[in-house]
Design a binder for this molecule. Structure first.
Ligand SMILES: [Fe+2]
Length: 369
């Protein structure tokens, strides 16, 4: 695939800026853990001796921090928002253990853009976002967004880009990198989802079976924590108008809700001791737990946009600032979240609603942490 993208560049008389060739040499063979566990889909959250928070800690586990950002939505001429630039500067200066990208790095999802426009956008992304992170020697682990990898050719370009720049981490399974894949960093088990398409997961049956297998594995279950991240959420939390109760759905993963059965993303996340889920796409920040009528909870953080247009949290006049999220796993393997704006100023959660209704018909709420 690297050869292909080089061909694109030669044909167009352009060149992508230098990528980390060393990144291609990492040992992501990735399949060693796959067969260790069945994919029975058993409810591990009820396993004896396992509580729903934290997990057994490797001796001497240290406090560790990760950053996550999303929704840069570069303009088609390759111009990034000053907020995105500032956020990249903030994150690189903070030196987190890794940076998670939750998609919409460019502004695709179009059948009419020229090849040269895609090259221009990916080149700008490389220069403005990837290069500073690479220079800071921070692993950057991407998930695809709908504006990056919606149509088949866009998915090819996305894959070519990220196969050229591939962070050096311990991949557990990277057969489908840079779409859905898993890795371990500082004892934390991460899963990137491929939810760049609307309503349901891409490559759905294969991806859900893979996800069950990954989360059931001994490596996942013995990790300090399990964090799953991807672009399009299960529920929207925003509206396009102030003080409106009309939710801007925007392609959320309705088919992946637990109400549709046990073979859904939501059911699998709930049944496998997932400690934290990160979603983007809504362009609004909210930290808390999805709370279900049967008492189950799922910790979910909705990311603010890094450069796109902010939207109102549903039912409010609140647009959360451009920013990024800082995730800390402490010595006891408890997760805490901080939200920082593009100037690096921490934003307090107390100004946010205490609760949002996600699905009134099925009584699913989003309670603020
Ligand atoms: Fe999006």
């Amino acid at each position: 695939m690297t050869t292909n993208i080089k061909n694109h560049i030669v044909i167009l008389g352009l060149s992508l800026l230098p990528f980390s060739i060393a990144g291609c040499l990492q040992g992501g063979s990735g399949s060693k853990n796959v067969s260790e566990n069945s994919s029975s889909g058993e409810d591990l959250s009820k396993a004896p001796g396992i509580d729903s928070g934290g997990s057994q800690s490797p001796a001497g586990a240290l406090k560790v921090r990760f950053n996550a950002f999303a929704d840069m939505n570069v303009s088609t001429d390759g111009t990034y928002s000053s907020h995105t630039q500032a956020i990249v500067n903030q994150m690189t200066s903070q030196k987190p253990s890794a940076i998670l990208g939750l998609g919409d790095y460019i502004n695709g999802e179009s059948r009419s853009l020229s090849e040269s426009t895609y090259v221009k956008m990916w080149k700008a992304f490389d220069k403005k976002v990837v290069a500073p992170i690479e220079a800071a020697k921070i692993p950057f682990l991407p998930s695809p967004g709908n504006h990056d990898a919606y149509y088949s050719h866009e998915r090819e370009l996305y894959q070519e880009f990220w196969n050229t720049y591939k962070a050096q981490v311990e991949y557990v399974n990277d057969r489908n990198f840079p779409f859905y894949y898993s890795f371990i960093k500082d004892g934390v088990f991460f899963v990137s989802l491929d939810n760049a398409n609307y309503s349901k997961l891409s490559d759905r049956t294969a991806q859900l079976n893979w996800l069950k297998e990954q989360l059931s594995s001994a490596r996942a279950q013995s990790a300090r924590a399990r964090i799953v991240y991807g672009h399009i959420p299960l529920y929207s939390i925003v509206s396009t108008s102030a003080n409106s109760s009309t939710i801007y759905e925007n392609g959320v993963l309705k088919s992946e809700r637990r109400i549709n059965g046990s073979f859904t993303l939501e059911a699998i996340l709930l049944n496998h001791r997932v400690d934290l889920v990160l979603f983007a796409h809504s362009h609004g920040f909210f930290p808390g737990h999805y709370v279900y009528p049967d008492g189950k909870k799922l910790m979910v953080v909705s990311l603010p946009c890094a450069g796109g247009s902010q939207r109102y949290l549903v039912g409010t006049s609140t647009k959360t600032p451009h920013g990024y999220v800082d995730i800390q796993v402490n010595e006891a393997n408890k997760i805490s979240i901080r939200y920082l704006n593009s100037a690096g100023v921490e934003q307090k959660f107390s100004s946010l609603p205490k609760s949002l209704t996600l699905d009134s018909k099925n009584n699913v709420k989003y309670e603020r942490m």
